[in-house]
Design a protein around this ligand. Structure first.
Ligand code: AVI
Length: 335
């Protein structure tokens, strides 16, 4: 663990405890995913420097309604949210996957204006993002107490458990829960719950079920940014794992299944081809039109969210919607 400069207070937990490197974990996951009958790659590997920049562009796309909808939820409801967070007295506001905290800043401004007693703990795997955020907050809200944590979510919650007493309000915004499969979201929320106590709260962003045509367009934008975001995963494997994917010979395909409420994204091989991945010590064969499943983006109904919370030891306090009721930030308390 490393404590950084006093100008940008930050805890860095990102070093591997077992001595393994990021590259070896990436190589292992890629080898595993591409060696099964139905090929898969984990969507968490989208977010290298290029992927994070492309995701920023996705959030501004006319078709990608999710970010604007959540900004609307927060803008309309920030007063009420700030009041509910503060009911139990002083608290730590823990922002899982904070990034540039564009949305959270609305809450931070409101809580500061209401002179609430809290400190802000943004958590993100990107050290650069946490440095930039700490600096920007020092300029924009100099009175705010900020302690950024660089690391995985559960490393950060473990660190908080050991190092910070008092109430916790956890933010998990942006429909990130949608990228987990049903059983993974249960395990994830149960793990969060295990770090919380009576009086603690969780505010979670969920994209709601809606017109399938609207959802489909959000992942098939005209400018092709989502396609570039998906294909960048192959570029990343080329760059970091010494692979020879011919990226032009793959295409993006995203399809919504309204029965399951899931958008599934794929990379499809346009021809029969072999790809060698040096760091994984592997050659992978693709048949023509064979697919790699790269992402799930689940859409929820409110009863499903309530049930998910119940299974994980949370009760719904308040559901905050946008005007169209297409997106919700759900405030849970520990049941
Ligand atoms: C980060 N996550 C919630 C996004 C989503 O909508 O599933 C990632 C994304 N994938 C394609 N477009 C955006």
């Amino acid at each position: 663990m490393e404590i950084n400069t006093p100008t940008a207070p930050m805890i860095d937990l990102s070093r591997h405890q077992d001595g393994s490197s990021d590259t070896s974990a990436f190589a292992r996951d890629v080898a595993e995913g591409l060696s099964t009958k139905y090929k898969t790659l984990p969507s968490r590997y989208f977010y290298d420097g290029t992927g994070s920049r492309l995701f920023q562009q996705i959030m501004d796309l006319p078709e990608y309604y999710l970010t604007r909808s959540e900004l609307e939820v927060l803008t309309q409801n920030k007063k009420n949210m700030a009041g509910q967070f503060s009911q139990g007295g002083p608290f730590h506001l823990i922002d899982l996957g904070a990034g540039d905290a564009l949305k959270t800043k609305l809450l931070l401004q409101e809580l500061t204006a209401q002179q609430r007693n809290f400190d802000y703990v943004p958590v993100d795997i990107s050290k650069d993002a946490m440095l930039e955020l700490s600096d920007s907050l020092q300029q924009e809200l100099p009175q705010l107490k900020v302690e950024a944590v660089v690391g995985e979510y559960f490393q950060a919650l473990e660190w908080l458990q050991e190092n910070k007493d008092g109430r916790k309000v956890v933010l998990f915004l942006g429909s990130n829960i949608g990228n987990f499969k049903a059983e993974e979201s249960i395990t994830f929320l149960q793990s969060i719950r295990s770090y919380l106590h009576a009086g603690d709260q969780l505010l979670m962003g969920v994209d709601l079920r809606k017109d399938p045509g609207v959802i489909l367009k959000a992942y098939n934008d005209e400018a092709g940014i989502t396609a570039a975001f998906n294909l960048n995963l192959l570029d990343r494997i080329n760059r970091e794992l010494g692979a020879d994917f011919n990226v032009d010979q793959f295409c993006h395909h995203a399809i919504y299944n309204p029965l399951e409420g899931v958008m599934r994204s794929f990379l499809v091989s346009k021809q029969a081809q072999d790809v060698h991945i040096s760091e994984a010590g592997l050659t992978v064969h693709f048949d023509a039109w064979e697919a790699i499943h790269t992402e799930n983006s689940y859409k929820y109904s409110i009863p499903q969210v309530e049930e998910l919370g119940r299974q994980c030891g949370f009760a719904v306090d308040t559901v905050f919607y946008d005007r169209q009721k297409g997106f919700a930030d759900v405030l849970f308390s520990v049941a």
